[in-house]
Design a protein around this ligand. Structure first.
Ligand code: M6R
Length: 617
């Protein structure tokens, strides 16, 4: 999704904004731009392409002096990705400049009105409409920039995070948010301020930040501090400065070629961090504040509805198997985007679990707002601390995976499953649906998962060799059963998104209801066939593939011989409980996708058309 960076203070704004934009590249974008006040005039440089292209262009178009600047990476919504549609956008007078994330839904009506008032437009964007609306209000009502932004935003329907400044008053920047995140870094002595979509662009300068809430705006004045107000009624909001726990090393590649590979290898640590302090094996208990504090609600719930998108939705599907199996609570798993628009039946006895790595996914956020409005209790499972979904939820549990920069989710998936397993086990214990010895066995096995993930990662070279054999195929089928059916979906998604090879995940037994027609000697099929997961049935499915000459890549339990005899290749994972096996079987699938994408020379960390967090619907 789009990214915003801004600076106002005593330093040169240019390098801070450009380096900040590079830190936001992971969000996914197709063009980039920067606006600076160079002491005399407003300078804007923008281009389709990457931040590196912007740097080349900016070198010619703008001098890099100046202490106030805003920058943007754009992920196209209104208007194709090109130079003109890139941000920043300047108002008709040439005085005001804006960067914007989000979508102004009523932009066309506003634009027509502005046209009748003599405004002209260069781009196809909703953002250019917004900056001219702000200018129109400012002139018509003869008000300061902050007031003009406030009045204009009250006419807008949609979602936004914006940063705006006036070249005639470059000592102040106005920012606002509704539905799209925005953080303000507070420099030493409040003498400088950083603006960004997340804190990563300003981590080396300050650990103190103010996160705007929805429907809030702030006027940031050089040397004078920030004033936060409600957009709706202008009431002053006390500023709450948070100390960030994030380190710079956490958002760097640390010697790996790609963030995705780094994050795949971080999984043993990430999973450990997820259960640390929660899984207390010696005492044979699971402690999770969000669950303990709301135990009554959980125990009285008629059902759990899980809402999520993409990989998080797959983690939700795994959780459905785990919750129903261990805690005997009925679970429904919904795409947040469907749930929010289909008039679902929700009661006060429902618990809605929202899963989201970023905590900013627009559809998931809307789904939980809907659920709350109908009286359901909302429990958030997020990775990003203080994110919108985390704040909007009634209670929750963080995954503690650390920053995930690669667009393809990896450690987010396994840590989400870990948190959800802990919750299911805790509820199972409270409900008495699990015996004490089974419970202990689960704790023991869960604690051993990080070591076993390390083992699974050792197949890397072998997987790379398999990737080389299949990198040029057009389609791959992924099959799994039970707990591993969602892993098949996740494996297919990973491959699609970073290698652009068409892939489908299916429950293994569903193959004969359609996909089997696709199988011939050119079709590779990845089959998850671990020992405890309906093994014999899956072996029969493998036989069916074999007799149609399909190429079989089996994900098997260590020491397996039966599938080895039938498959063209096998990748072993250590043995564990069936309910925990997705935490291991997913590892080779992540590596397979990664190596295929690298061999095809694809942009692994920033695949085309994709955004890390989808903050528009
Ligand atoms: O931040 P979220 O977990 O809410 O994101 C949901 C999806 O957009 C995300 O999982 C997406 O599918 C990833 N690119 C998958 O790798």
């Amino acid at each position: 999704m789009c990214g915003i960076v801004g600076y106002i203070g005593h330093r040169e704004a240019y390098p801070i904004v450009i380096e900040g934009l590079k830190r936001l590249e992971y969000r996914g974008y197709d063009s980039a731009g920067i606006a600076l006040f160079d002491g005399n005039d407003l300078k804007v440089s923008k281009t389709k392409g990457k931040v590196a292209d912007l740097e080349a262009r900016a070198k010619i178009e703008i001098s890099n002096t100046g202490n106030v600047g805003i920058g943007h990476t754009r992920w196209a919504t209104h208007g194709v990705p090109n130079d003109v549609n890139s941000h920043p956008h300047v108002s008709n007078s040439g005085e005001l400049v804006i960067v914007h994330n989000g979508i102004i839904e009523n932009y066309d009506a506003l634009k027509q009105e502005l046209i009748t008032r003599g405004y002209t437009f260069q781009s196809d964007t909703d953002t250019e409409v917004l900056i001219n609306l702000i200018e129109d209000v400012k002139k018509k009502e003869n008000v300061k920039l902050g007031k003009a932004v406030q009045v204009a935003l009250n006419q807008v329907i949609g979602a936004y995070a914006i940063a705006v400044f006036d070249k005639n008053k470059p000592e102040e920047v106005v920012v606002a948010r509704l539905g799209s995140p925005l953080a303000i870094g507070i420099g030493e002595d409040e003498s400088e301020f950083f603006i960004a979509s997340d804190a990563s662009p300003f981590l080396e300068y300050t650990k103190n930040a103010v996160y705007l809430e929805d429907e809030e705006m702030a006027v940031i004045r050089f040397h004078k501090g920030i004033k936060v107000r409600k957009i709706k009624d202008d009431t002053i909001v006390p500023t709450y400065v948070q100390e960030l726990q994030l380190n710079l090393e956490q958002i760097e590649k640390g010697g790996y070629d790609h963030f995705m590979l780094k994050e795949i290898h971080e999984q043993p640590k990430a999973i450990t961090d997820t259960y640390r302090g929660r899984l207390l094996r010696n005492e044979a208990i699971i402690k999770m504040a969000g669950v303990e504090d709301n135990m009554k609600r959980f125990l009285n719930a008629d059902r759990i509805i899980i809402v999520a998108c993409g990989t998080s939705w797959h983690a939700g599907l795994v959780a459905e198997y785990i919750f129903e199996d261990l805690a005997r609570i009925p679970v429904e798993v919904e795409y947040a985007s469907e749930f929010r628009y289909r008039n679902p039946i929700i009661t006060e006895k429902d618990i809605v679990i929202a899963i989201s790595q970023s905590g900013e996914t627009a559809d998931t956020l809307a789904a939980i707002k809907l659920a709350k409005s109908k009286g359901a209790f909302v429990f958030g499972v997020c990775n990003v601390v203080g994110s919108s979904i985390a704040r909007e939820s009634d209670a929750g549990a963080y995954t503690h995976a650390g920053p995930e920069i690669g667009v393809a989710s990896t450690k987010a998936f396994t840590t989400q499953i870990t948190v959800l397993t802990l919750i299911a086990l805790r509820l199972a214990r409270a409900k008495g649906t699990i015996s004490s010895s089974d419970f202990r066995q689960h704790l023991l096995e869960l604690e051993m998962i990080p070591k076993k993930v390390e083992e699974a990662l050792k197949s890397d070279e072998h997987i790379k060799m398999i990737a080389d054999i299949y990198k040029d195929v057009r389609n791959i089928l992924y099959l799994g059963r039970g707990f591993n059916f969602p892993v098949a979906l996740e494996g297919a998604l990973k491959l699609k998104e970073i290698s652009y090879i068409h892939a489908e995940g299916y429950p293994a037994a569903e193959m004969k209801h359609g996909p089997i027609a696709l199988i011939d000697e050119n079709m590779p099929i990845v089959v998850i066939a671990t020992k405890k997961g309906h093994y014999e049935k899956v072996v029969s499915n493998i036989q069916e593939i074999k007799s149609r000459k399909g190429k079989i890549i089996g994900i098997v339990t260590e020491g397996d011989t039966q599938v080895r005899e039938l498959a063209d290749h096998v990748i072993e994972v250590p043995e564990t409980l069936e309910s925990l096996s997705p935490l291991l079987t997913t590892i080779p699938l992540q590596l397979l996708s990664y190596h295929i994408a690298v061999l095809l020379d694809k942009n692994v960390d920033q695949p085309r058309n994709l955004a890390k967090s989808v903050t528009v619907e």
